[in-house]
Design a protein around this ligand. Sequence first.
Ligand code: IVH
Length: 670
Amino acid sequence: MANQIAKKRIEELRTVIQKHNYQYYVLDNPTISDSDYDALYKELVALEKENPEFITEDSPTQKVGGVILQGFQKIEHDTPMLSLSNAFSKEDLIQFDKRIKDSIHQEVAYTCELKIDGLAISLKYVNGKFVTGATRGDGRIGEDITQNLKTISSIPLKLQENITLEARGECFMPKSAFVSLNEQRELLGEPIFANPRNAAAGSLRQLDSAITAKRQLDVFLYGGDIPSIDTQEQLLQALKQVGLKINPETKIYRSIDDVWSYIETISQERQNLPYDIDGIVIKVNDFQQREEIGYTVKAPKWAIAYKFPAEEVQTKILDIQWTVGRTGVVTPTAIMEPVFVAGSTVQRASLHNVDLLKEKDIRLGDTVILHKAGDIIPEIKTVLLEKRPKQSVVYDIPTHCPECQSQLVHLQDEVALRCINPHCAAQIKEGVSHFVSRQAMAILGMGTKISAKIFDAHLIEDVADLYYLTLEQLLELDKVQEKTATNLLTSIDNSRHHSMEKLLFGLGIRHVGSKQAQQLSSAFGSIQALRQATIEELVAIDGIGMVIAESVVTYFKLPEVHVLLEKLEKAHVNMTYTGIQKSDVAQSVLTDKTVVLTGKLERFTRTQASEYIVKLGGKVTGSVSAKTDIVIAGEDAGSKLEKAKALNILVWSEDDLHRLIEEHIESIGG
Ligand code: IVH
């Protein structure tokens, strides 16, 4: 009987959560708070864990991924996925309009849709259930990427109605997700993606769907075989109604002049869209007219894609700078004459690695074509050979480290050029910056300038030496006042008590990001235990693969690491896993207060802000109610702020929180 109650509740929760997902992802209009949603979701997870026999494939909990495939199966599309012919000018559009009018001799309405720069996908639903998803492939046969598509939040596993349909659309990575993915990859020494489109493609082609699940992909649908539909406009509304996400910017016009004005407006505004578009798709709205106009083998004659000219500019290479990162990788950056491109002035472009520099044969004085990859990251596309100065010579790749002058090496299988001198000043300085950063030991007040000063004055040789610094030593440094010095020492002192994961991340082991540090720390509990871990023990941990495991084992074998850890231990730096410690919690005006964060924060991530609030004695919740004591509102705060005002709840700015943190920095340890 109890079983039947659980079954009923699971079914209820599934339906309610599906409804909330629809409200949130498709209608962009959530009707419950994040924390209430989380509570429902957690309840479902717990009930399904106890009663696994009631888990259905369309349960919202089945979106986390984890299915690992050997390869992708082929899927033949029921009807071919066609492509579009292109237009590059107003003239091309006038021609297109003329061809249509010549063919049907009628007035025509056009829908103008954004041409999302991602990958075409097809989603099959049978009786409302998501059954398969595929790439376009060659148009006739695509690849079965069902498991990966299932993890995308805006693809429902169950529709709002029990209908059978094949929907088509575009899968893409929003610009913000692309930027943070690349930041993370750069940190871990992994190759970065050139643009959001490549990142989306790479994410959809993962054999392990748990990886796709983390990539924050999104979709817009624009096609589907829903019966009794007469126009594109109706089709889009019907897709939305059954639970699929459509793009909100679509417009209908009755003349090519109006279409052109729309194109001009979007060209101006596309920088501000949260995703990349590469054009506008113009489609005849009426389906009957479409049939009369017809198709070529490859594309419909009733639609055309206007492609934006890629924003490209010319500039000159003034210099190539080489910087040494904390892992010794030496990276070239092109310094150029400043130019305005895709919304901002650019004068530096990373060349990523020495092979790229050689491959593009970039030379000093060269005129180059510059664009922004994914409209964001400055990238040199090509050199204009016809503008190359006559006396130009091939750029001399450095053979020695720009910082310590030791010989550079080009390791096999690596695109990077490396300085392998463990005493290289640039590497150590970068290593110190990383060690003191917020996510690592969070030694506030220790900026790059002051840490460089300390290093240059030979007060430290490695990060452990930070814990042996004295007030007298710091006061001898140029322009360092007593207050700054004491604050810094307190900050260093407090960092001794952090839980192990911050130290582990701070050590800067290759491939160990903050997330891996957290996983390793909670699994092993102490640096001591981790030092003795074998590859087998490491890979047995969720989220730790062979590359990370090997890197960890190699790191802990290094003799200089033994010395470093001994020094840290002697300085009483905590090496065990404790999570947030009680001793870190301060008495403050936030003690026992319930706080809600809302809006965009500039100085902190949400997690950091929440962590500080907890350390200051407060509790963070998701929704504003009569029980809320303080609402901290960042930029663009919306309904939560309104509600706080209505309930007469104290509202703080982000600066107020920052001030409080500064006041208590000594007791909460950064
Ligand atoms: S319609 C038969 N609409 O552009 C119609 N395509 O070169 C086929 N795309 O493969 C496509 N946004 O990947 C259509 N609103 C939109 C689109 C769109 C992006 C992509 C799609 C297609 C390619 C056509």
